[in-house]
Design a protein around this ligand. Structure first.
Ligand SMILES: Nc1ncnc2c1ncn2[C@@H]1O[C@H](COP(=O)(O)OP(=O)(O)OP(=O)(O)O)[C@@H](O)[C@H]1O
Length: 250
């Protein structure tokens, strides 16, 4: 495959007078796990929103697999193969774990199931949903109510939902937030395993996880990307260390 899977050029966004994404450019290669780090309020979530299509950009472009997707919304980007792991609030607590994953399969497949009988359609949706749940280690939770899952399991379910859309690029926004040590270890192992099949953009505050998983790291400070490099080079970059004002950067 020639060229990067994701190419971001000059992406900008202002909220009023505040430039929150300021002329951001970077590329993510096929199969790469690209982490985006930065101090609180640096604009990481805003950038993920721009990449997923939930927030329009004031300037710049996003190319995915060589196609210009700058003007596309969330459903079109999901259809192209890009999915964000949504915050826990998007999990439907009253539905089963399986139903949550099956809904994501359906969102991707759309009308391609319309010639099936309802029973065949349900069997197909469930099969794809179970495969996604198995991938994240939740196959034995399929019949549980999603609301009854532990915090870490809900984070696993969010990733299963992203996988169930058939995505090849996963946008993971702080998957380790609020998780305990054991839950975090499960999720880190899962991300390491997902690297075998998926390209991943990971926004994460947990530096230990970032430096263990990332092929390359981009550092956002006040909306500007100040560095994109291999983890070891990022760790010893004086500008990066200064931006964190003595906080641990690995
Ligand atoms: N809808 C909005 N309207 C106005 N300002 C906003 C909006 N969304 C975010 N901001 C501001 O933009 C800046 C970047 O916010 P963002 O949430 O993207 O940062 P972040 O790097 O994800 O932060 P954190 O690490 O704390 O999650 C902050 O100053 C925030 O207050």
């Amino acid at each position: 495959m020639s060229g990067p899977l994701l190419s971001v050029r000059g992406l900008s966004k202002r909220f009023g007078a505040l430039p929150v994404s300021d002329d951001i450019s970077f590329e993510v290669a096929y199969g790469e796990l690209h982490a985006i780090i930065g101090p609180n309020g640096a604009g990481k979530t805003t950038l993920i929103n721009q990449l997923s299509g939930s927030l329009s950009s004031d300037a710049g472009s996003v190319h995915f697999a060589g196609e210009d997707i700058t003007r596309l919304g969330v459903p079109e980007r999901v259809h192209q193969g890009m999915a964000r792991s949504f915050q826990i609030t998007s999990i439907l607590d009253g539905f089963s774990v399986l139903e949550n994953a099956a809904a994501a399969v359906q969102a991707r497949s759309g009308s391609s199931f319309r010639f099936f009988t309802p029973a065949a359609r349900e069997a197909d949706l469930n099969e794809a949903a179970i495969a996604a749940l198995a991938r994240v280690g939740l196959a034995d939770r399929a019949d549980r109510r999603a609301g009854s899952l532990s915090h870490g399991e809900k984070r696993q379910l969010e990733i299963a939902i992203a996988l169930a859309t058939g995505a090849r690029l996963l946008l993971l926004d702080e998957p380790l937030a609020g998780t305990g040590h054991e839950e975090s270890a499960v999720l880190v192992a899962l991300m390491r395993e997902l690297k075998a099949t998926h390209t991943i953009v990971l926004v994460e505050h947990d530096m230990e996880a970032v430096f263990a998983l990332a092929d390359r790291v981009s550092v956002l400070v006040y909306g500007r990307l100040i560095a994109t490099d291999a983890p070891s080079a990022i760790r010893s970059n004086p500008e990066v260390r200064a931006a964190y004002l003595g906080e641990e950067v690995g």
